[in-house]
Design a protein. Structure first.
Length: 159
């Protein structure tokens, strides 16, 4: 559908990977929806779909088991950098994550990685502040029962 290249950039561990096998299903000015298989075989999940919310600073993914049953939603706090000359979107993982289980259980992950990034000067302090604000906004949507508005785009994707 689209020749956009999407890269996943991490601080811990430091890496930048082209998501060459992800399939772009939809692209608008404020979101990109993809379908993908795990980069490396895993026992806990097999494939999924993601919605990159370009204006919210988060990526919401549905993780599926091999039999297509929903495992959970995985929410990455991210920053986006679009390079027009390359038609490439660099998605930087800002370390904090949220898992939302089908039963409504919510778990915040990897906050210690924010502290490590700050202590080891892996990023500027304002990036940590940005990540915490985006995390707070996402958690407020979840706690205010508005998470369905974010997952609705993914509910249309056939696993």
């Amino acid at each position: 559908m689209d020749d956009l290249k999407i890269y996943r950039r991490r601080m811990i561990p430091e890496e930048c990977i082209l998501l060459k096998d992800d399939v772009i299903l939809e692209r608008t000015d404020d979101k990109i929806i993809t379908r993908w298989n795990t980069l490396k075989p895993r026992r806990d999940f097999h494939h999924g779909c993601s919605c990159y919310y370009l204006n919210l600073g988060c990526k919401i993914s549905k993780f599926y088991r091999e039999d297509n049953t929903l495992l959970y939603w995985y929410c990455d706090i991210v920053d986006y950098d679009y390079q027009e000359a390359e038609n490439a979107l660099f998605v930087t993982d800002l370390l904090a994550d949220v898992v939302v289980c089908p039963d409504g259980y919510v778990k915040v992950l990897d906050l210690n990685e924010l502290a490590i990034a700050l202590e080891k000067d892996l990023c500027e302090p304002h990036i940590i502040t940005q990540a915490l604000r985006k995390l707070d906004s996402l958690l407020n949507l979840i706690y205010d029962d508005k998470f369905d508005a974010l997952t609705a785009d993914l509910d249309r994707v056939i696993p």
